[in-house]
Design a protein around this ligand. Structure first.
Ligand code: SF4
Ligand code: SF4
Length: 303
């Protein structure tokens, strides 16, 4: 182990040790309805069934669609206490966007805390943060990444075809949210490759695609776009509508009646790596997660 690696490991070790007590408290709240219901003062929101929340968010999205693009502010609010680590959202996302091996718009890292015997784990669902000040855009070729009026950070597959430019944008993103579609299939190397589910047509942004013949998005950068094609059809992002725990809320922050506005107004929230100045649009509820402000950092999830 080099000195530098050792110092980093030791820092991580000390950080996790310091977080041990906090982790114990977190674990006791993760699956506890009683703990969830203690969240002031929105017990009714957090106690609402996942189905009720989905119905409310669908209504929120459809209300937002009646406004001009520039008057909507799409955001996501994630409650780690509700995440059970099933990764159904990851599968739903892969199926929705037909992403190849090594490309996952969405990940649910497991964060380990503490020192034996006080060890715990939490799940941290994550995806592109749709930053309001996206460094990926500055590093990408002109027009390859655009910030839409509704806040979604979109890729133009026809302009983001340089692997070198992709590497620059990937390095600029503090959240490791960009991927390269190299055209492989999960079945590559087998006698029956590719399978129809790997070459079927699918929708992203305002286009229809199929991963055949090297056509885009093969040979381009890819990332989460809040399922903009579903939003524009009045649907929720695939991950949100699939989440069995109701861990994610989605909607229009400019609408005071929306669930996301209510959650932001009534809970302590943080955004990951705010010091980078990227102004992410994904928020994490930190109620009853002591010291979570120190916990949620890129270095914990991306060791
Ligand atoms: S999370 Fe990364 S890829 Fe997404 S908008 Fe921010 S900088 Fe760009
Ligand atoms: S579907 Fe929901 S509960 Fe399951 S891993 Fe994803 S965010 Fe967590």
């Amino acid at each position: 182990m080099t000195g530098q690696r050792f110092r980093r490991s030791r820092r991580q070790f000390l950080k996790l040790t310091a977080l041990g007590a906090a982790g114990t408290a977190m674990a006791s709240t993760l699956s506890s309805d009683r703990a969830i219901s203690k969240s002031p003062p929105t017990g009714s929101t957090l106690r609402a069934s996942t189905g009720d929340r989905l119905r409310r968010m669908l209504a929120d999205v459809r209300r937002a669609l009646r406004k001009p693009d520039s008057e909507r502010r799409w955001i996501m609010v994630i409650d780690p206490r509700r995440c059970v680590g099933c990764r159904a959202c990851v599968v739903a996302c892969k199926a929705e966007n037909v992403t190849p091996p090594g490309v996952s718009y969405r990940e649910v890292p497991e964060v380990e805390l503490g020192l034996y015997p006080q060890v715990n784990r939490i799940f941290m669902p994550t995806n592109c943060m749709q930053c309001d000040n996206p460094p990926c855009q500055k590093a990408a070729p002109e027009g390859a990444i655009v910030k839409r009026p509704d806040g979604i950070v979109a890729i133009d597959y026809t302009k983001f075809t340089s692997r070198e430019a992709f590497e620059a944008a990937r390095r600029a993103c503090p959240y490791a949210a960009l991927y390269w579609d190299d055209g492989t299939f999960a079945t590559t190397g087998t006698p029956s490759s590719p399978q129809p589910y790997e070459t079927r047509t699918f929708y992203e942004y305002d286009g229809v695609y199929a991963r055949t013949g090297g056509a885009p998005p093969v040979g381009s950068a890819r990332k989460c776009h809040f399922c903009v094609h579903r939003l524009e059809a009045g649907l929720l992002p695939a991950c949100v509508s699939t989440c069995i725990g109701g861990a994610m809320a989605f909607g229009d922050h400019n609408d005071p009646e929306s669930l996301v506005s209510e959650l932001l107004a009534t809970h302590r929230v943080i955004r990951v790596n705010e010091r980078a100045g990227t102004q992410p649009r994904v928020y994490y509820i930190e109620d009853e997660l002591p010291n979570v402000r120190r916990l949620i950092s890129c270095t914990v999830c991306h060791r």
